[in-house]
Design a protein around this ligand. Structure first.
Ligand SMILES: Nc1nc2c(ncn2[C@@H]2O[C@H](COP(=O)(O)OP(=O)(O)OP(=O)(O)O)[C@@H](O)[C@H]2O)c(=O)[nH]1
Ligand SMILES: [Zn+2]
Length: 351
């Protein structure tokens, strides 16, 4: 909604008589004045599925391609874009994306053997749900730590989702994350159909949440319970690509159902929140992450860094944070957690 407020100002600017040397944007813009705003749901080999007129009777999915004028600029799931061309959403029609709005957050994936380039995979997400099984497979705390670092780096709030609580208790794991004050929710398959799914949705309302987790943790079971009409929502996507969910290569945005008792058409019924399902996990490596940004997630420790040596890693003998904690400004457990996160960046064997 922020977007609409901003547009009002920009209209003012545009109506003022143009001075010489005015910003190029104002010259380019009028060409696409009739462009329609849309949100990117998924991307598949250059075919970009967008949602137009969300929340209205005219809501529809429109398949688009990047306009040449966008150049090399990428379009990813969660992007807010401007479309021109055929916006009917009818089969075999194709719209063009002429503009990508500024992003509020970006989740990146690291370059790997198959692809030497670091890429943005999701834009504008608010939250990163780190899905971990309590057993089968065993939790991997260092992997969780690295995901937390990725969330802080991307400017997203982390949410721990601990699955399979029928197999093992959550307490030991939660204890080690308590100093970080992270939001969490514990689930088990046999409860998901009844109370469980809604309990998770309460953490997702009105937000866009990216779900990550390695194979076997129960992410598919969870997402299917959260979004019971997944098949209907993705019908269009699959019709276009001719492929099923098992071959999904891109992240995929799915809308949550309205909360129980929400009045149809009300804000509560419309702003339900988005689940962004991601395929592989490997791709969320952290080698691109700047550890100096992690300290911003620790507002209680950050002021203590003014006496640190230049370019302090905060994990070295001269770090001023030890004195900061010894003087009682912050808890030792918080500093321990920060250093654990910082050291998780380097993957070790078995991570
Ligand atoms: N005991 C138990 N098993 C669960 C639970 N949730 C999921 N499972 C099982 O764990 C296995 C993996 O679940 P999936 O939902 O396929 O896991 P995934 O994370 O999507 O894994 P991939 O499909 O490999 O990406 C399946 O056999 C599920 O039935 C749970 O809460 N408790
Ligand atoms: Zn330091």
């Amino acid at each position: 909604m922020r977007r609409y407020g901003k547009d009002a100002d920009e209209d003012d600017i545009r109506n003022r008589p143009a001075r010489r040397g005015s910003r190029p944007r104002t010259r380019i813009r009028p060409k696409h004045e009739d462009a329609e705003g849309a949100m990117v749901l998924t991307v598949d080999r250059g075919r970009i599925t967008c949602l137009v007129d969300p929340g209205t009777k005219q809501e529809r999915q429109v398949v688009a391609m990047k306009a040449r004028e966008l150049g090399r600029k990428g379009v990813v799931v969660g992007d807010v874009v401007n479309l021109v061309g055929d916006l009917s959403g009818d089969t075999d029609t194709l719209a063009r994306i002429v503009r990508v709005e500024e992003r509020s957050s970006v989740l990146r994936r690291t370059a790997d053997d198959d692809d030497p380039y670091e890429r943005i995979v999701v834009a504008n997400a608010d939250q990163l749900a780190i899905v971990t099984a309590l057993a089968d497979p065993e939790p991997r705390p260092r992997l969780i730590d690295r995901c937390l670092v990725a969330a802080y780096d991307a400017g997203m709030e982390p949410l721990l989702v601990l699955t399979k609580s029928d197999l093992a208790p959550a307490e030991p794991l939660l204890e080690s994350y308590a100093p970080l004050g992270i939001n969490y929710v514990v689930t088990r398959r046999d409860e998901l159909e009844t109370v469980g799914a809604e309990a998770v949705r309460e953490h997702l309302r009105g937000l866009s949440t990216v779900f990550i987790g390695h194979s076997g943790v129960g992410k598919t079971t969870l997402v299917n319970a959260l979004v019971p009409d997944r098949r209907r929502q993705t019908g269009h996507v699959n019709a276009v690509t001719g492929r099923g969910r098992h071959t999904t290569v891109s992240a995929l945005a799915l809308r949550l159902p309205p909360p129980p008792g929400a009045k149809p058409g009300s804000r509560k019924a419309l702003d339900t929140g988005w689940v962004i399902d991601t395929p592989g996990f490997r791709s969320f490596g952290l080698s691109h992450i700047d550890p100096s940004r992690v300290i911003h997630a620790f507002p209680d420790l950050e002021p203590g860094t003014v006496d640190c040596p230049r370019a302090c890693s905060h994990d070295e003998p001269d770090c001023a944070l030890d004195a900061w904690v010894a003087d009682g400004h912050a808890e030792a457990a918080r500093l321990y957690s920060l250093r654990r996160l910082l050291s998780s960046k380097e993957a070790r064997e078995g991570d």
